[in-house]
Write a new protein. Structure first.
Ligand code: HMG
Length: 389
């Protein structure tokens, strides 16, 4: 019998500040229904000047290390498309912040919003070879778009950390997964830019066709038919995208899904992302956290996951929820991370946006903003200096 492998613990983090879409719409002179209904977003997380993907990653990962320690921690895989360095893995900053063992492998992965799913599959492979190993995957991203563009309303930021192990307490991965990769120019960020170049319309149609193709591959490899799943977690650049993708998938299989059916299949997965905005690599795993926290009793249920990263790679895979999983969730702290953000007005938002521009400063002291447990204190001689509080 093969060893069951999957998610043993799942923890999340987001930024200090939040901008309500009602505030954005008001300043744009727009009907807020475009955001609340049209794209399904109510608010987006906004980073403080002393927050970045490392502080978000550390905040998400620390409770996992507190609960499980770092024995047998084989690897820390950080997936991000908001890298703070072209060479050094962001996870190495966690060594000092989280006191990681020197015997743990640390590496960073990138493929737009898909990176964390690759990390999860690589982790499963490492554990299949040696079941005592445990792997910490951290998805951490800050989604920033140019101001005054249609994409501006789909910004956001968050991290999701999950411990992958044999005999998992929360969800066991199923062996089949369907893949789709193609060279598509829907969204990318050249090295010289702080924000991505995006063809919004193409990104939506690419996501839809990639979902269909990944599911086709999943079925051809012996995966479950759609009707067996209790719920569907999609990558959520904005939560209406999950509805579009699921509707498309059901329609291409001959279905005529009503809004009620779609909501039954994925409504509980959108609770967190609707309030956080796009968190790129973390988004799918925040959808899973929301489902587990808010989706009723799912013990034994098969769950579908669709990971999409522009450029583009998609993967359709599945897991089953473990009996007793609720004892291992972090529902209260997930809800707290969202409710404890500080709401900001439109001018403060623009000010913080400008402060978040990378620039080329080799020396900079960060003003103290965040109330989170970790902060970027300074850049000194090109070194990023982080501190734990
Ligand atoms: P837009 O120009 O705001 O779009 O851009 P729109 O005018 O078509 O409006 C959006 C929806 O709101 C439409 O509904 C409107 O009808 C509706 P739809 O036709 O789509 O069903 N609407 C209203 N509804 C109710 N009341 C109203 C109202 N007004 C309008 N008053 C777009 C939208 C997504 C293109 C833009 O936000 C964008 O470019 N975003 C960034 C790219 C993106 O998120 N793409 C998603 C797929 S790609 C992906 O997921 C990967 C990604 O995460 C990156 C990565 O992988 O790293 C992005």
């Amino acid at each position: 019998m093969t060893t069951p492998i999957g998610i043993h613990d799942l923890s999340t983090a987001t930024t200090n500040y939040v901008l309500e879409h009602a505030t954005l719409a008001h300043h744009q002179g727009r009907d807020v229904a475009k955001y609340h209904k049209g794209i399904g977003q109510e608010a987006m997380s906004i980073p403080a000047p002393d927050e970045d993907i490392v502080t978000l990653a550390a905040t998400a990962a620390a409770p996992i290390l507190d609960r499980h320690g770092s024995n047998n921690l084989d690897s820390v895989l950080v997936a991000t498309e908001t890298g703070v360095d072209q060479s050094k893995a962001a996870g190495l900053h966690l060594h000092s912040l989280l006191d990681l063992p020197r015997t743990t492998r640390v590496v960073e992965l990138k493929q737009a919003c898909y990176g964390a799913t690759a990390a999860l599959q690589f982790a499963a492979g490492l554990i299949a070879c040696e079941p005592r190993r445990r792997v910490l995957v951290i998805a951490t991203d800050i989604a920033r778009y140019d101001l005054d563009t249609p994409a501006e309303a789909t910004q956001g930021a968050a991290a999701a950390a999950f411990l992958v192990s044999a005999h998992p307490a929360i969800a066991q991965l199923e062996p089949v997964s369907g893949i789709y990769s193609a060279d598509i120019g829907d969204f990318w960020r050249p090295n010289y830019r702080d924000t991505p170049v995006v063809d919004g319309g193409l990104s939506v149609t690419s996501y839809l066709s990639a979902t269909n193709d990944a599911f086709t591959d999943y079925r051809e490899k012996g995966g479950r038919p759609l009707e067996q799943f209790a719920a569907f977690c999609y990558h959520q650049p904005f939560t209406e995208m999950a509805y579009k993708a699921h509707k498309h998938l059901l329609q291409t299989r001959g279905g005529t899904p009503t809004r009620e059916v779609l909501t039954g299949d994925l409504g509980a997965t959108t609770g967190y992302n609707r309030l956080l905005g796009n968190s790129y690599t973390a988004s799918l795993y925040l959808a899973l956290a929301s489902l587990l926290d808010r989706g009723g009793d799912l013990a034994g249920a098969p769950i579908a996951l669709l990971s999409y990263g522009s450029g583009a790679v998609a993967e359709f895979f599945s897991c089953t929820v473990m009996p007793g999983y609720r004892d291992h969730l972090r529902t209260a702290s997930n809800e707290h991370m969202i409710s404890s953000r500080k709401p900001i007005g439109y001018h403060k938002y623009r000010e913080l946006y400008q402060a978040g521009t990378t620039g080329s400063e080799s020396n900079r002291t960060m003003p103290e903003h965040t109330e989170g447990p970790f902060r970027l204190a300074a850049i000194d001689g090109h070194h990023r200096l982080y501190e734990a509080r």
